[in-house]
Design a protein around this ligand. Structure first.
Ligand code: BJW
Length: 327
């Protein structure tokens, strides 16, 4: 169980009071989530420290060009990320947002994250819009094939993508003696994979499967954008947008901050880095809560969600997801 109440406050009291006062009165609330939300679950962000995978800038691997040039390398990157996401657990920030969604009916969360941690924290599906898809969707990369498989948790998705392990320790008989190697480290050798090793489309039998995520230059899912547009257009005002753990540099996601401001929304930024503010900068009515989202969110949302308790069921679900995926 995780409790937020006995911890020392992580935000200035005056900001906390004015934010909570506004949150109380707010009905139309948006949240824009980024990789920093899952940082304290142990998953790396894209930019800055941690944004390198082996020698590759993570954002350079997230392109259709990278996939067509070296699908084996791009699959190794994504297979590693699927594996890490399955091993990770939602943190108190995921649970706090899920609780807020249950308490405030007209709260809509726009997540750029593909790691599945918000769904695993039982964030209500109808109030969670996945802007950049999911690591656990796979689709055919052939332009003429529309194959899409949702919720594929097979890890590894094909044997050639298994995370290599170190030699077993000959002094022990335990199966745990072999240790997974960290293939994010460029010093750990990985095999070169070609077409024959990689997952194929079961429908057209021609194309390679690819992760169901949105790469640079690709359109965001139409239905997701339509749903968000409908929510925005429904009323003339938006009360609040929380911008959480994102550098807010990728569009159209980052553009929702200005859309919300244009409808009167006050902006609350939750970020480790004081410099990571949306392109429109900070307004005097905004809040900037600097620090780890996993510490800050349970505290600033506490007047609505109460004391955060991580439900044993959710934790068990997460454990099951990992067990199922690796069996
Ligand atoms: C913490 C923390 C802790 C750390 N607590 N905080 C307008 C202008 C210019 C360009 C464009 C434009 N409109 C569209 C474009 C082109 C492009 C774009 O935006 N380029 C920019 C680089 C300028 N956009 C697109 O191509 C999009 N498609 C599109 O627009 O289609 C139409 C179109 C096509 C072509 C031309 C024009 C229009 C698609 C964007 C897809 C982005 N995809 C990725 C990969 C997804 C799959 C995967 O995961 O691999 O999405 S890239 C990557 O960036 C990923 C993320 O979701 C996204 C955002 O990153 P995020 O989450 O903000 O992470 P970081 O690392 O940047 O930030 C982490 C933050 O957390 C930091 O601030 C830390 O300080 C903080 N932090 N720990 C709180 N514990």
């Amino acid at each position: 169980m995780t409790s937020s109440s006995n911890r020392p406050s992580v935000v200035p009291q005056q900001d906390l009071e004015s934010f909570q006062d506004h949150l109380n009165k707010s009905t139309r609330i948006l949240a824009l989530l980024g990789a920093g939300l899952s940082a304290s679950s142990g998953l790396p962000t894209f930019r800055g420290a941690g944004g390198l995978w082996r020698t590759h800038d993570a954002t350079q691997l997230a392109t259709p060009g990278a996939f067509s040039a070296d699908p084996g390398l791009v699959w190794q990157f994504y297979s590693y990320r699927r594996h890490m996401a399955l091993k990770a657990k939602p943190n108190p920030a995921h649970y706090a947002l899920a609780e807020l969604a249950k308490k405030k009916e007209t709260f809509l969360t726009l997540s750029q994250n593909v790691d599945g941690l918000s769904p695993r924290a039982n964030h209500p599906e109808e109030s969670l819009k996945l802007l950049h898809g999911s690591l656990f969707d796979v689709k055919c990369s052939d332009f003429f094939c529309n194959y899409l498989e949702k919720n594929n948790y097979t890890d590894p998705i094909v044997p050639a993508l298994a995370i290599p392990t170190s030699e077993e320790d000959p002094t022990t008989t335990s199966a745990l003696a072999s240790r997974e190697l960290d293939i994010a480290d460029e010093n750990v050798p990985i095999p070169e994979l070609s077409y024959k090793h990689l997952p194929k489309c079961p429908k057209c039998k021609r194309g390679l499967l690819r992760p169901g995520v949105v790469w640079f230059g690709e359109m965001l899912p139409e239905k997701v954008l339509d749903d968000i547009e409908e929510w925005i257009q429904k009323e003339n005002k938006i009360d609040l947008i929380m911008v959480i753990g994102t550098s807010a540099k990728v569009y159209p996601a980052a553009g929702f901050v200005d859309r919300a401001r244009a409808k009167g929304a006050r902006v609350a930024i939750i970020n480790m880095d004081k410099n990571d503010v949306p392109a429109s900068g900070l307004d005097k009515r905004d809040w900037f809560f600097q620090g780890d989202a996993a510490r800050i969110l349970p505290e600033i949302l506490s007047n609505v969600i109460g004391e955060l308790k991580e439900t044993p069921d959710a934790a068990a679900d997460a454990d099951n997801a990992v067990t199922e995926a690796s069996s």
